[in-house]
Ligand binder design. Structure first.
Ligand code: TYD
Length: 210
């Protein structure tokens, strides 16, 4: 039996905020400390979740269908991966979680927040991340970063600037409502500076007692 439940760390931000780079940094840092780390993502993280991801990132659908499928993938992810890992004392590092549904389906698509709340309550009741990094930057800058990569864009990345502005706003409102959990990291600065802030936050918030 592990001495305690592992920690649950999530990464959020508008598309192009650069979070994926920092997921890798955190995973490396935790593993270097000898911790058992599960690195995963949403939507996805399980065979069924990855199939749902394909639909969610490609197919047009009603905003409520989109939110329901996000939470369906999440339920499977929690049951198969997240909950067992935390129970055995592993740390879970997840690229996006329910804050993304509030931001994209709530803020971006205009889905009633109360509906997100009831789905969240149903799917993961009292389980919340211990720490969430929210990478924040102006949508125009994020859009320029994505354009530079020169790859094919998914359904969300193809949305107009006002969609991304609403997603950003919803993320910031969520951060203001949960300041103990969500750390806003200004992501427009130099990548090495952002990395340093991420490492320091992780150490103070989660590792100081380990
Ligand atoms: P993303 O995490 O940006 O993956 P990659 O780094 O491979 O591009 O892509 C996932 C997309 O799914 C992103 O645009 C946000 C969206 N999304 C939602 O709309 N709602 C959700 O609940 C989640 C988890 C993601």
């Amino acid at each position: 039996m592990p001495a305690s439940r592992g920690k649950f760390i999530t990464f959020e931000g508008i598309d192009g905020a650069g979070k994926s780079t920092h997921v890798a940094t955190v995973v490396d840092l935790l593993r270097a400390r000898g911790l058992d780390v599960v690195s995963t993502r949403e939507p996805g993280g399980t065979p069924l979740g990855e199939k749902l991801r394909e639909w969610l990132l490609r197919e047009a659908m009603h905003p409520e269908t989109e939110a329901l499928l996000m939470f369906a993938a999440r339920r499977e992810h929690l049951a198969q991966i997240i909950e067992p890992a935390l129970a055995r004392g592993a740390w879970v590092v997840c690229d996006r979680f329910s804050d993304a549904t509030y931001a994209y389906q709530g803020g971006g698509r205009g889905l009633d927040k109360a509906k997100c709340l009831s789905l969240e309550d149903w799917v993961h009741g009292r389980l919340q991340p211990d720490l969430t990094f929210l990478f924040d930057l102006p949508p125009a800058l994020a859009c320029a970063r994505i354009a530079k990569e020169g790859r094919e864009l998914d359904k969300f990345e193809q949305e107009r600037a006002d969609f991304h502005a609403r997603v950003r706003q919803a993320y910031l409102e969520r951060a203001a409502s949960a300041p103990h959990r969500i750390r806003v990291v200004k992501a427009g600065r130099d990548i090495e500076d952002v990395k340093k802030i991420v490492e320091e936050t992780l150490v103070t918030h989660c590792l100081s007692k380990n």
